[in-house]
Design a protein. Structure first.
Length: 312
């Protein structure tokens, strides 16, 4: 349950006003504290930022407002400030359902691909940093991982990627984490894209790579989903030839990135919690081995097999 910070009633009344009701935790997310409540006959979503400072939360609010004004389906905060000593924001509640992997159809793959294409086009004017998960940051994380994990193998893959990534790809706003739990659906229509907290400025092809990794892989990659997703994306923003060539390497990089961060952010805290009896409560467990398996699948199919799978 994502409720790492639990504000007091006095703090809530000061932030939300006196007339809120049915305040409860939202069982979603793995980083921030999320809640829902009713007010003025409507339902609302409250987020308390556990990692962002006030400047970061404000930058995210401005970025999301820019995207929404350009037609990207994403809720914009109507109230923001400090709650329980941390940045917080209130968003309109969006009715919709998350998709399980079995629910990812070619139609949905095309729709989310098109939605990401709109993000790429709308985000060109947004000023962003390089983010927290660039290559140097990943190497720093790798240096903190115990030897019981396959760090030599992961480092070898990362070294290979460092030599082969195209550093001249088109760049712009990258969501970087558009997994199934960050998208709400109304039938086959995207109702909302959520959680731009980790957005950064980077290769646009990388964002499509993350989408392929997170939506088009069950126990193996599914070509019909991958082809539909790429077609959907290109219906809004056609890929440049250099991006088509680089998409395989960017997808491998994404798989390594999530292998590393799932070890440091989930497996290692869980290991400490299991050993000491505390410290990992409330954090969703995400298995790093699932992403290492994606690396292996990509290596097995190779560049040509990957391009055929995606219809490039």
């Amino acid at each position: 349950m994502a409720a790492f910070t639990k504000p007091s009633e006095e703090e809530l009344r000061s932030f939300l006003g006196e007339n809120y009701s049915e305040f409860q935790s939202v069982e979603a997310g793995s980083v921030n504290s999320n809640f829902s409540f009713n007010r003025d006959g409507r339902r609302w979503f409250l987020r308390i930022y556990e990692e962002q400072d006030a400047a970061g939360a404000e930058a995210e609010r401005a970025m999301v407002a820019t995207l929404a004004s350009a037609g990207v389906p994403t809720p914009v905060a109507t109230l923001h400030g400090v709650l329980a000593g941390k940045p917080a924001a209130v968003f309109p509640w969006v009715e919709g359902a998350m998709s399980c992997q079995r629910g990812v159809t070619p139609a949905r793959a095309a729709a989310i691909g098109a939605a990401l294409g709109r993000v790429a086009r709308a985000g060109q004017s947004v000023a962003l940093s390089a983010g927290r998960f660039h290559e140097a940051a990943l190497r720093d994380r790798l240096g903190r991982i115990p030897s019981e994990y396959p760090i030599v193998r992961i480092r070898t893959i990362l070294d290979d990627l460092a030599k082969n990534r195209d550093r001249a790809l088109p760049i712009g706003l990258v969501h970087g984490d558009l997994f199934r739990d960050n998208v709400l659906w109304a039938g086959e229509t995207v109702a909302a894209l959520l959680d731009f907290e980790s957005a950064f400025r980077g290769p646009l092809a990388y964002d499509l790579a993350v989408l392929l990794l997170s939506w088009c892989y069950g126990d193996t990659f599914e070509p019909d989903l991958a082809r539909s997703m790429v077609r959907g994306y290109e219906s809004i923003r056609p890929l440049e030839p250099s991006e088509k060539r680089a998409l395989y390497t960017e997808t491998r990089f994404g798989a390594v990135r999530f292998t590393i961060t799932r070890i440091t952010d989930y497996a290692m805290p869980r290991r400490v919690s299991d050993t000491t009896g505390g410290g990992g409560e409330g954090r969703v467990m995400k298995d790093w081995r699932r992403f290492l398996a994606r690396v292996e699948a990509l290596d097995e199919m190779g560049q040509s097999g990957f391009e055929a799978m995606c219809g490039l």
